[in-house]
Design a protein around this ligand. Structure first.
Ligand code: NAD
Ligand code: TDX
Length: 374
């Protein structure tokens, strides 16, 4: 591997073929052509090269198909590429999967993160290659647990109270990252973000699943009564926040990132239904492209809403207080929900090939089984 030494930064992005990772890589390569970007991704069911493939011919970009549990690979990559910045997205990320099959969550989110921390420590702190460095860990609001209807939003000082195997595994990884900073002096930053939505999100999460199910004339499963609340953030705003943290964040600090945008699930689903109905009304070609979709046949998409058995341990409400990020980094979301949700629906309408290719038979079988077992 030939190395160019004049890159302004050399980033290793784990999980860069997943939803947020793909958006971050695209954002970074567009805005920072002077940087070396190495993506490491195991390409699990949630990883997909479609969003980053256009960059394969860039000589500042490299994709490595590999696992964060592979310590030898990590050490080779960190040395060979002279990486100075790690942005760690790689994780198992879906709460429902964690409930059914938690093992992979412990392996990737806990052991995988620890393997990455050990490699970073070994190369950055214990060897001759003592580059100025940064390990940025991507975490989630779910580690703080669940809020009551009138509780104040999660701040960086809210005690951890994870409720699912997913959030418990993320919490464990956060503690390890913090400990590697405190004990060994690894230069870490962390961000805890609320629910993201936007292009390239795997259609197992609420928003893309709702859109795909309308287009395929499948029931839209709403857990319980649909009254649980999430604080939604357009994925590009998350990417901008991470960028601000890399530039201005203080080592050892945690930053909460949110959208000031709380919605009950049922209201989000109904809103997606109405926007999709409207799209079909205005663009008759959609009825030909998606002949099964109810709005193409004069039936309201809302007719697909089906209340199903609740998710076990379902957190009632998440909300983020982004005050610290605003004060210290100048962060605030740019995309409004009104525009972000329309952009997301339009992206799904324009990228049928993408969602059909990621939702292969294996995935469909898994999700069908899950609903049968409810
Ligand atoms: P995702 O599931 O879409 O993508 C995860 C990526 O990690 C995939 O490309 C997958 O192939 C890769 N991966 C999984 N296991 C791996 C392993 N062992 N080694 C290497 N690569 C592996 O997830 P996402 O929604 O993009 O989330 C990214 C990060 O952001 C996660 O850490 C998640 O906890 C966090 N987060 C997500 C949200 C959200 O709403 N999606 C919100 C807050 C925080
Ligand atoms: O079919 C569904 N029906 C439904 O009612 C699905 C998939 C979800 N839901 C509900 C459960 C949640 O209350 O919608 C809400 C959102 O669910 P998800 O999209 O699965 O997200 P959530 O469980 O809130 O977790 C997400 O946000 C935090 C991400 O998946 C995590 O990776 C992130 O850390």
């Amino acid at each position: 591997m030939t190395m160019k030494k004049d890159f302004s930064k050399k980033l290793l992005i784990t999980g860069g073929a997943g939803f947020i990772g793909t958006n971050f890589v695209r954002h970074r390569l567009t805005h920072h052509p002077d940087e070396r970007i190495v993506v490491l991704d195991a390409l699990t069911y949630a990883g997909n090269l479609a969003g980053i493939e256009p960059f394969f011919s860039n000589n500042n970009f490299r994709f490595v198909h590999g696992n964060i549990l592979d310590d030898t690979l990590l050490m080779v990559l960190l040395r060979e590429e002279q990486i100075d910045t790690i942005v760690h997205f790689a994780a198992e990320s879906h709460v429902d999967r964690a409930i059914h099959e938690p093992d992979a969550f412990i392996e990737t989110n806990v052991i995988g993160t620890h393997t990455l921390l050990k490699a970073a420590k070994s190369v950055w702190l214990d060897s001759d290659f003592k580059a100025s460095h940064r390990f940025h860990h991507i975490s989630t609001d779910e580690v703080y647990g669940s809020l009551g209807p009138t509780d104040p939003p999660f701040s960086e000082k809210t005690p951890y109270a994870p409720n699912s195997p997913y959030s418990a595994a993320k919490a464990a990884s956060d503690h390890l990252v913090r400990a590697y900073c405190h004990t060994y002096g690894l230069q870490v930053t962390m961000s805890n973000c609320s629910n993201n939505y936007g292009p390239y999100q795997f259609p197992e999460k609420l928003i893309p699943l709702t859109i795909v199910n309308i287009l395929e004339n499948r029931e839209i499963p709403v857990y319980g009564e649909g009254l649980n609340i999430r604080d939604w953030l357009y994925v590009e705003d998350h990417c901008r926040a991470i960028e601000l943290i890399l530039n201005m964040g203080e080592v050892g600090e945690v930053y909460n990132i949110g959208g000031n945008n709380e919605w009950r699930n049922i209201d989000i689903v109904k809103r997606i239904c109405r926007i999709t109905d409207d799209k079909f009304r205005k663009d008759k070609s959609l009825s030909f492209r998606f002949p099964d979709a109810p709005p193409g046949r004069g039936i309201k998409a809302e007719s697909l809403i089906t209340f199903v058995k609740d998710r076990p341990g379902h957190d009632a409400r998440y909300a983020i207080d982004p005050g610290k990020s605003k004060r210290e980094l100048g962060y605030s979301p740019v995309e409004s929900f009104d525009t972000g949700i329309v952009r997301t629906i339009e992206w799904m309408l324009d990228n049928e090939l993408w969602w059909r290719s990621v939702m292969d038979g294996t995935y469909r079988k898994w999700i069908d089984l899950q609903y049968k077992n409810r």
